[in-house]
Design a protein around this ligand. Structure first.
Ligand SMILES: NC(=O)C1=CN([C@@H]2O[C@H](COP(=O)(O)OP(=O)(O)OC[C@H]3O[C@@H](n4cnc5c(N)ncnc54)[C@H](O)[C@@H]3O)[C@@H](O)[C@H]2O)C=CC1
Ligand SMILES: O=C(O)C(=O)CO
Length: 321
């Protein structure tokens, strides 16, 4: 058979594609750091039987209506809120994502963000860069403790559990909220299930690791921030849209909560003019949860293996159901 054409929406390293080139004809957007323009994506995808896409590509009804010939869409992410799964499935297109392989790396970053926010690491580093480090004084750059505090994890899935394992190592008490109770995690980690309201009211650190869906859109709103402790620290490593950003800004500015650590935003990328990045009590990161060299390589390989499985094997390793 003729080699299937696979369109890749961002420049990926040639050596990772090389093992598959006898079986696929790869076409690729030429830039690594700039997303493919919509018109190019629409034109190129029409010539392809498979697509490797990124979070920044909107695989919506319009795209899918124009590309019913696609057999597989392989998303370089575990989150798939950029893809209209229902419409893709109606058209018989297989959608795949990259679960598990990024869980530990994303949990490392989430916990690092929690620590950086609680202990004001970014602000402290800025003190030295701006030559403001003076004499020792008792409360200079004092943050808040992490050990023995209460963490509340909203979305106790693969990454949520990996964060809970890290929290256990810091002797934290662990609350979680999830669609389903997880008895195994409760036993292994001493985690306690709580409804959403109890979790946000009681936790010292509230960590969002819940996927973006109609149910979770703006889950963290004015009402939720109003219920948190004044000393609460909010961490978001899932998707920006689970937060009402204006409400978060108000809560941080008015001292309704103490601080926030954010890896994700409603409209990415943000810049220094974004209201949340102007606040001293916020640590902002440019969506780097899974960004280790090892994990990004593994994610790319999994994307390609999924496509390979659809065309030449027993199906994809990790299909979105
Ligand atoms: N910052 C970053 O770079 C990264 C962000 N992510 C985000 O993290 C999310 C979670 O990834 P995984 O842990 O692999 O997913 P997962 O599917 O294993 O876990 C999500 C958990 O949330 C729960 N959940 C879903 N809807 C809920 C609701 N309405 N209320 C309560 N619980 C609900 C599910 O039951 C599940 O246990 C991804 O969807 C993605 O948005 C993932 C990787 C990297
Ligand atoms: O995998 C995801 O969902 C991300 O956000 C990036 O790894």
């Amino acid at each position: 058979m003729k080699k299937p054409t696979i369109y890749i929406t961002r420049k990926l390293p040639e050596h990772l594609l090389q093992p598959y080139t006898d079986r696929f004809d790869f076409q690729m957007w030429e830039k690594e750091e700039t997303p493919v323009p919509r018109d190019v994506l629409l034109a190129e995808a029409k010539k392809a039987q498979g697509l490797v896409c990124m979070l920044s590509d909107k695989i919506d009804q319009e795209f899918l209506a124009q590309n019913p010939q696609l057999k597989v869409i392989s998303n370089l992410a575990v989150g798939f809120d950029n893809i209209d799964i229902k419409v893709a499935h109606e058209k018989g297109i297989v959608v795949t994502n990259t679960p598990d392989v990024l869980s530990e790396t994303t949990a490392d970053l989430t916990f690092a963000l929690l620590m950086a926010t609680a202990r004001r690491l970014v602000e402290a580093n800025e003190e030295i860069k701006a030559n403001r480090w003076g004499d020792w004084s008792p409360y200079y750059m004092a943050g808040t403790d992490i050990h023995h505090k209460k963490i509340g994890i909203v979305g106790m899935g693969r990454i949520g559990e990996a964060v809970a394992r890290r929290a256990k190592g810091f002797n934290m008490s662990i609350l979680y909220h999830n669609r389903r109770r997880k008895e195994r995690a409760e036993q292994e980690l001493g985690a306690r299930y709580a409804d959403f309201e109890t979790l946000i009211t009681e936790a010292d650190f509230i960590v969002s690791l819940v996927p973006l869906s109609e149910e979770t859109k703006a889950l963290f709103d004015k009402n939720a921030f109003g219920k948190m402790k004044k000393s609460a620290i909010f961490i978001n490593a899932s998707r920006g849209a689970v937060v009402d950003e204006a409400a978060l800004y108000e809560a941080l500015k008015e001292g309704e909560i103490e601080a926030a650590g954010l890896d994700v935003f409603l409209h990415e990328p943000i810049d220094s003019a974004h209201p949340l990045s102007t606040l001293k009590n916020v640590v902002c990161l440019p969506h780097i949860g899974s960004a280790s060299r090892e994990t990004r390589t593994t994610m790319i390989q999994l994307c390609l293996d999924n496509i390979d499985g659809v065309f030449y094997g027993d199906g994809p390793k990790t299909a979105v159901k």
